[in-house]
Design a protein around this ligand. Structure first.
Ligand code: FAD
Length: 379
């Protein structure tokens, strides 16, 4: 049977994962990205065993293991006193219990590794999707016509919206509606670890107080770069602004009274930016006709579980599995199977992220980390 042509919109971590996995399954895939190129933006990311098992299929697990920092544990600390309030084992324990490593890495390095795993030329840059026509008929015929801002038109049998929190594809399916600003910003900074002198830092720690936190971890195997990301209340954010510069002074004010180790990090920070934390309520539909959503286009969430990209990558894997299972010539059945097998988990992660309770106490994280998208029985 002829495999359908699939267009993926957006080359973030979700779109690249979908492209890599669908290519492995033998589909003809095109990946369209609005940006002219990617750069190594200053941010880190956690990559849990649930994701590493998918990266194993893509063929980059070993490279990731070499690239990332392997913490023995996730430490939760009292922001003011530094007291250890929870210690959730990772390291060898994660490999044994959950089936793969738990890493923290530089987000840009991870993304570049994912892009490099695709055949050269797969990503088409400078392709901003502006208009979608789905000509599906009752008889199962038809196709998707995608119009880009440069005036070009491409056709496909299936189009996947992996185009992030302001998804054009979501807007086409459900109407224009900006995401919800959560009233929190995230400050982000990557700095050379050498700037910290000999102050000892946990490899992966979250410093907590009542209404704010700072997550700190190394982003390279060599431990030569350290990253922090915060969650800090800020009542307003200018709509449409994706990020703004911040400063050491603003950080000192936000974390006044925090432990000296946190002050040391702030004092050593050469450059810090701040980003609005956005989310959406669960969507009433994930697909229609030949169009389907994944990742932040579908369920954007606060980053407080460090599982947003993980959910996008799990979506990509489950969508591939469902297209293989149901037959991609019947997208409606494949998409219904996909949503039935993803919506509950994604919504649960969205809710825990929203509440910001994850690993603040010594809870068992197995429901997140032990999950194997290729192995769970399909509902
Ligand atoms: P995106 O990464 O947003 O990618 C969407 C892509 O689509 C972009 O490249 C964009 O340019 C492109 N695009 C958009 N519109 C168009 C268009 N019209 N045409 C063509 N292309 C288009 N997640 C984790 O798993 N672990 C973490 O540690 C973690 N930390 C985080 C920290 C912060 C501060 C934040 C804000 C998020 C964090 N996340 C983390 C969440 C994670 O970043 C997102 O959930 C993830 O990036 C979503 O991936 P995606 O591929 O769905 O969307």
């Amino acid at each position: 049977m002829k495999k359908p042509r699939i267009a993926v919109i957006g080359a973030g971590l979700g779109g690249v994962a979908a492209t890599a996995l669908l290519l492995r399954s033998g589909y003809s895939v095109r990946l369209y990205e609005q940006a002219p190129s990617f750069s190594r933006i200053g941010a880190g990311i956690h990559v849990g065993p649930n994701v590493m098992k998918i990266l194993r299929r893509i063929g980059i697990e070993d490279a990731m293991n070499r690239m990332g920092s392997h913490a023995d544990a996730w430490c939760s600390r009292d922001g003011r006193t530094g007291e250890l309030i929870a210690r959730v084992p990772l390291g060898d324990f994660a490999v044994k219990e959950y089936g793969a490593s738990y890493l923290t890495v530089h987000r840009g390095d991870f993304h570049a590794l994912m892009i490099d795993a695709l055949p050269p030329g797969t990503v088409q840059f400078d392709k901003c999707l502006s208009h979608i026509d789905d000509t599906s008929g009752e008889d199962g015929g038809g196709e998707v016509r995608l119009t880009f801002a440069d005036g070009t038109v491409e056709t496909a049998d299936i189009a996947i919206g992996a185009d992030g929190v302001n998804s054009r594809m979501r807007e086409h399916l459900l109407g224009a509606e900006p995401p919800i600003y959560t009233g929190l910003v995230a400050h982000r900074a990557v700095l050379p670890a050498a700037l910290l002198g000999d102050t000892p830092f946990d490899l992966c720690a979250k410093w907590w107080s009542e209404d704010r936190h700072m997550m700190v971890y190394y982003v390279t195997g060599k431990k030569d770069e350290i990253y922090y990301v915060t969650g800090v209340p800020a009542p307003d954010w200018p709509q449409g602004q994706s990020m703004l510069p911040s400063s050491r002074e603003e950080m000192r004010e936000a974390f006044d009274g925090y432990h000296p180790a946190v002050q040391k990090l702030i004092d050593a920070t050469p450059e810090v930016t701040k980003w609005p934390l956005l989310e959406r309520n669960p969507l009433p539909l994930w697909s229609r006709g030949r169009l389907v959503l994944l990742g932040d286009a579908c369920h954007p969430m606060k980053p407080h579980m460090a599982q947003g990209a993980a959910m996008a990558i799990e979506d990509a894997a489950m969508l591939t599995r469902c297209l293989d299972e149901a037959g991609a010539d019947d997208p409606a059945t494949a998409f219904a199977l996909y949503e039935a097998n993803r919506a509950e988990r994604a919504s649960r992660v969205q809710k825990v992220s929203h509440d910001n309770t994850w690993l603040r106490t010594n809870e068992d994280p197995a429901w997140v980390f032990a999950y194997d998208v290729f192995d769970v029985p399909l509902r």
